[in-house]
Design a protein around this ligand. Structure first.
Ligand SMILES: [Fe+2]
Length: 371
């Protein structure tokens, strides 16, 4: 297969195929020009052999030749090299044949006896059209290459931005977790749990991404809760509860104005709602609660029960699993609970251990960095 540059190079290589030597000679004489490099061939098979060995810019061929006919020759060479322009010459004034040659891809059809100026004009036109077509194709290929290159660069840049977002959100969540000492890595655990449960429910794509962000940032509104309330070891007074119950709304207000976090903000707003309508801040009921928040509610309880508290040690995953079952239809969406129960307690324990391990490794890395 010839390359684009070879095809547009000069001098233009022209293959003249005719079984009559006299005709070949006439054509070669009439086309003598430093711009052309002429090769003669007496039959189609020989011409095909020559085309295998060398690249031609144009083929002029007789239609009626012994052996392979001009039409079959045209068909075969177009299969091998669809770009090469072909001019067919024949003594037969046959409109049907002319139409057929054009249909098969010939660029011109000239009848004998031919006008040598007409041949020359036809050759020059064919070469010019071919050159323009090839230049256009080269230009198009270059454009496509540039588009591919820029698309890759854009994907790379978007990936970097996305990574930047991810690290920023994780740092923010880590800061929130660090404030409530006993809940270290809580946000990362609930993100992983929520993601696993969401996949069990068939969620994918952007829904998973928004849920992950919502889970990671669910307590961002606790920024507005004073330490005296957030870190209070004993029970909260009614007034203190009023403060505490504002945190979903505060979190929502912080996140909803950031465009890529707006879907996650809805999960943050509803993460303390309960299926039976007794949650807060809006006492939403059943399906009124966004699915992401219903998923989050289950895994938040799972993590709360399986984490150490100042007043008790962590409970087992089996105990948490049973508690989620018990609260199906009251605190939790029964469909979400069913999906949760279809996952073995051991799977949740594995996720728990993996996140904690990662968290400890990153803390150890931070300590090393500070030395
Ligand atoms: Fe919360």
């Amino acid at each position: 297969m010839r390359t684009m540059l070879e095809a547009v190079s000069t001098p233009a290589r022209i293959l003249i195929v005719d079984d009559e030597e006299e005709i070949r000679d006439v054509l070669m004489t009439s086309l003598e020009d430093p711009a052309f490099e002429l090769t003669g061939s007496s039959n189609a098979m020989d011409a095909l052999d020559k085309m295998r060995d060398a690249r031609f810019s144009l083929v002029i061929s007789d239609l009626r030749m012994p052996g392979l006919s001009g039409l079959d020759f045209l068909r075969t060479l177009k299969e091998c090299d669809p770009d090469v322009p072909v001019i067919l010459i024949t003594g037969v004034r046959d409109l049907e044949t002319a139409v057929e040659t054009l249909r098969l891809g010939a660029c011109d059809y000239i009848t004998k006896p031919f006008d040598l100026f007409a041949i020359r004009r036809s050759v020059e036109n064919a070469l010019e059209r071919s050159r323009l077509a090839l230049e256009n194709r080269c230009y198009q290929m270059e454009l496509e290459r540039l588009v591919r290159e820029r698309t890759l660069e854009l994907h790379g840049a978007l990936k970097e931005i996305e990574e930047g977002y991810r690290f920023t959100l994780e740092a923010l969540a880590a800061a929130l977790d660090a404030r409530e000492h006993e809940t270290r890595a809580h946000s990362q655990r609930v993100r992983e749990y929520a993601s696993r449960l969401a996949r069990q429910l068939g969620l994918a794509g952007d829904d998973l991404i928004h849920l992950g962000r919502g889970a990671l940032l669910h307590d961002v509104g606790k920024i507005g809760v004073p330490d005296s309330i957030l870190l209070k070891p004993g029970k909260l007074t009614p007034d203190e509860w009023v403060h505490m119950k504002r945190h979903p709304q505060v979190g929502y207000d912080i996140l909803q104005s950031i465009r890529f976090l707006a879907p996650a903000a809805k999960i943050v707003l509803a993460h303390q709602e309960r299926w039976d309508g007794t949650g807060y801040p809006n006492c939403l009921h059943g399906d009124e609660i966004p699915l992401g928040a219903r998923i989050f509610a289950v895994v938040d309880t799972l993590d709360a029960m399986t984490s150490d508290r100042p007043y008790r040690k962590a409970l087992s995953f089996q105990t948490a699993w049973e508690e989620v079952y018990r609260c199906s239809g009251s605190q939790f969406d029964p469909d979400v609970v069913e999906a949760f129960l279809n996952i073995e307690p051991g799977v949740w324990k594995e996720i728990h251990d993996l996140v904690n391990c990662r968290h400890q490794a990153s803390e150890a890395g931070d300590v090393l960095c500070q030395r």
